[in-house]
Write a protein that binds this ligand. Structure first.
Ligand SMILES: Cc1cc2nc3c(=O)[nH]c(=O)nc-3n(C[C@H](O)[C@H](O)[C@H](O)COP(=O)(O)OP(=O)(O)OC[C@H]3O[C@@H](n4cnc5c(N)ncnc54)[C@H](O)[C@@H]3O)c2cc1C
Length: 406
């Protein structure tokens, strides 16, 4: 349990994991200093969940771990020891009322991420010494302590916790400095790639679809020979696709060398059922343009693009052969999209890759290479799907670190 010896502890980063760990350690009687390069803490937390902060997910821990993309085994102990229910109880205990929404997602009842930051900083971290606008430049170990050099001064500490986050949405402060600190202690950093990130398409028709959203579709991929499928909602951007199923897919294709993508516009119907539906629709619109039929099946601009890709522009329904109709049904279920890669690292909601898990103790989050040095949160090579899982990883790793730090 929490260490009895009173220590001077530096927490680098006042984001989700940094605030979490700092409060527990200060409560345990340690002198805790949180450094953040920003003028205020929790800049990324502020924009989470579109400003509402989806702070955890109340699914059972086994299901939780299925939503972890990288680090599932490593995180097992943390997630079982500090579950999402523990996170909810913790926040309720700080006076933050919470509510559960679709898919077991937990939000503050106020729908304000600022309330999450407020209780973390003002209540949980009331005994913490905050050094804001103070970027940590490097950390060195001496025989019995650490020297933390910031843009302002050099400070001596007994323990250092790196809670610097990933390397995406850099304007929130997470610019990857934590990886440099880790490397300086000999840590391996698994190459960084974006995760939960929009995907670029090399199809010229994309521009015509910008802003269009599709519900209840299946987006599939063949990534290095592995078939992947996500059902739900997506939308077209200026030069690609985004939205829930695209973000999820991006997290599992972000390291693949070859990716083929296709869309099933009508996953509820198999090809035969779809052909029968087309036959019915065609029968009742014999003298009309094919486009008119597709407008009943797809959003207007998607119908136009679909007709043009299928070479059906200007064609009348009564001119379509059976073979053509069957081909159309096939294409509605297997509409190819040309994968143009993910957007850059900065656009990922989280960073995949980071401090190698082999070199960090999964129970204490202490470095196996340097005693007294700890890594928590997104700086580690861990990431998960959307739904509150990434913040729960930040809370759970921070809690375990505080609990076992000695
Ligand atoms: C748009 C968006 C929406 C999201 N929504 C959700 C959501 O609803 N639910 C969910 O579970 N997850 C969400 N996430 C992911 C989640 O926000 C992160 O996984 C989580 O914040 C990681 O916590 P962290 O403590 O590791 O890093 P961060 O919260 O990024 O904190 C890192 C902190 O370290 C500071 N720092 C970095 N380097 C230095 C340095 N050298 N010196 C001093 N300070 C430094 C930074 O300023 C920053 O404050 C979202 C992410 C984004 C970008």
């Amino acid at each position: 349990m929490f260490s009895e010896t009173k220590l001077d502890i530096a927490v680098i980063g006042g984001g989700a994991s940094g605030l979490f760990v700092a409060g527990f350690l200060s409560e345990a009687g340690h002198h805790v200093v949180v450094f953040d390069k920003n003028e205020k803490v929790g800049k990324k937390l502020y924009i989470t969940g579109k400003g509402r902060c989806n702070l955890t997910n109340l699914c059972p821990s086994d299901d939780f771990l299925k939503n972890v993309v990288r680090g599932e085994k490593f995180l097992r102990s943390a997630i079982y020891n500090f579950s999402s229910q523990d996170a909810v109880d913790f926040f309720e205990g700080l006076g933050l009322r919470t509510k559960v929404e679709r898919g077991q997602r937990v939000f503050p009842q106020s729908d304000k991420s600022s309330d999450v930051i407020r209780v973390l900083q003002k209540v949980h971290c009331k005994g913490v010494d905050f050094r804001l606008d103070e970027e940590v430049l490097d950390v060195k170990s001496t025989s019995d302590s650490f020297c933390v050099r910031t843009a302002v001064a050099e400070h001596k500490f007994d323990r250092v916790i790196v809670a610097t986050g990933g390397k995406s949405y850099r304007t929130t402060g997470s610019d990857g400095k934590g990886y440099e600190i880790a490397r300086a202690f000999g840590h391996d950093v698994v190459p960084l790639v974006p995760a939960l990130c929009p995907i670029r398409l090399n199809d010229v028709f994309v521009k015509k679809l910008q802003g269009v959203s599709l519900k209840n579709v299946t987006l599939s991929a063949l990534a290095d020979g592995k078939k992947l499928e996500f059902f739900g909602e997506m939308l077209f951007t200026e030069d690609g696709i985004s939205g829930p199923i695209v973000l999820s897919l991006s997290s599992v294709v972000n390291r693949a060398k070859s990716v083929q993508l296709w869309l099933d516009f009508k996953p509820a119907l198999d090809e035969k059922q779809l052909d029968a539906r087309l036959l019915r629709d065609f029968d009742s619109a014999k003298n009309k343009d094919v486009l008119a039929v597709f407008r009943g099946l797809l959003p207007k601009s998607v119908a136009e693009v679909f007709c043009s890709v299928c070479g059906l522009d200007g064609r009348k329904v009564n001119g379509i052969t059976k073979e053509e109709r069957e081909k159309i049904a096939k294409l509605l279920k297997h509409f190819p999209l040309t994968f143009g890669g993910l957007y850059d690292l900065n656009a990922g909601i989280v960073t995949s890759g980071g401090v190698s898990l082999d070199e960090v103790n999964p129970k204490t989050f202490e470095s196996k290479l340097q005693k007294g040095l700890y890594f928590v949160g997104e700086v580690l090579d861990v990431d998960a799907f959307t739904g509150g899982f990434n913040l729960q990883i930040a809370w759970a790793t921070a809690f375990m670190c505080a609990k076992h730090l000695e």
